[in-house]
Design a protein around this ligand. Structure first.
Ligand code: GLP
Length: 253
């Protein structure tokens, strides 16, 4: 795992977008993007739009798979992940909406919907680069503490901490869904490249657990220590609880 320390969320976006762009340039028009909601990747999407425009990268055949979606939640609600991804990723990057996929949180059979999502990822050739943030408890996607390292896309319960963190997007915490469909830790481990963005003091414990371990299901992001190509782009606040930065810090910054 490599750690790149930046000064601001905007710089995090520029650095992370460059990591993503390297994959897009290498793979070409059929690139398969892994995309995420949350505030952390927003500056990355913005910077990626700039790179795609200035280099005229062809994303017309690109596809995208989101990490997660709420269960039993209207997909046309502005806080659904379907809407969030449309607003922050699909439209700004001018992706073909038919090639942008989210797990089906409205399916009668959620387990079957999870299996179908895994199948769709496989048929697309697997995810080339996964952009993501982390929850304050170290979750990735909606894989909460205790998630199996072998998990695949499936229905999950949201941790109380996550519902509290996400309450800011709703009028009250009671409106925050209790369940979601999430790619599993096994799904995420299969992606070819991971770029994780985390900024602010609220992510310092999660980042310390993810980078310095121990690898434990209680900090789901710590499984990224087993990922062959994972980069964390973080600011000084998010890095403030790392003890061994001299070993993990990328030499470019
Ligand atoms: C949600 C998403 C995660 C995201 C997390 C952090 O829980 N399911 O994928 O990483 O929010 O959000 P933020 O980046 O806004 O702190």
């Amino acid at each position: 795992m490599q750690v790149i320390i930046v000064d601001t969320p905007e710089e995090a976006g520029r650095v992370a977008a460059e990591e993503v762009a390297k994959v897009i340039r290498r793979v070409g028009p059929g690139v398969v993007l892994g995309v995420a909601t949350g505030s952390s990747p927003l500056t990355t999407y913005e910077a990626l739009v700039d790179i795609v425009r200035s280099e005229q990268l062809d994303l017309s055949q690109a596809s995208a798979f989101a990490l997660d979606e709420y269960v039993n939640f209207p997909v046309d609600h502005e806080q659904s992940y379907t809407e969030t991804i449309r607003r922050t990723v699909t439209e700004p990057l001018a992706l073909d909406p038919a090639r942008v996929h989210l797990p089906d949180g409205l399916a009668d059979d959620l387990a079957a919907a999870g299996a179908a999502y895994e199948q769709a990822i496989r048929e697309a050739g697997g995810i080339d680069v996964q952009i993501m943030g982390t929850g304050s408890n170290g979750h990735i996607g909606f894989n909460e503490p205790g998630s199996s390292f072998a998990s695949r896309t499936r229905p999950v319960k949201l941790a109380a901490q996550t519902r509290e963190d996400n309450a800011r997007f709703f009028d009250s915490i009671d409106e925050v869904p209790e369940q979601a469909m999430s790619q599993g830790l096994g799904t995420i481990l299969d992606t070819r490249t991971v770029v994780l963005i985390a900024t602010g003091e609220g992510k310092a414990d999660a980042v310390a657990g993810i980078v310095e371990g121990p690898v434990t299901a209680m900090v789901p992001g710590s499984i990224l220590q087993f990922h062959p190509d994972a980069t964390l782009v973080i600011d000084a606040e998010a890095a403030s609880k790392l003890q061994h930065l001299e070993l993990t810090r990328d030499l470019r910054k």
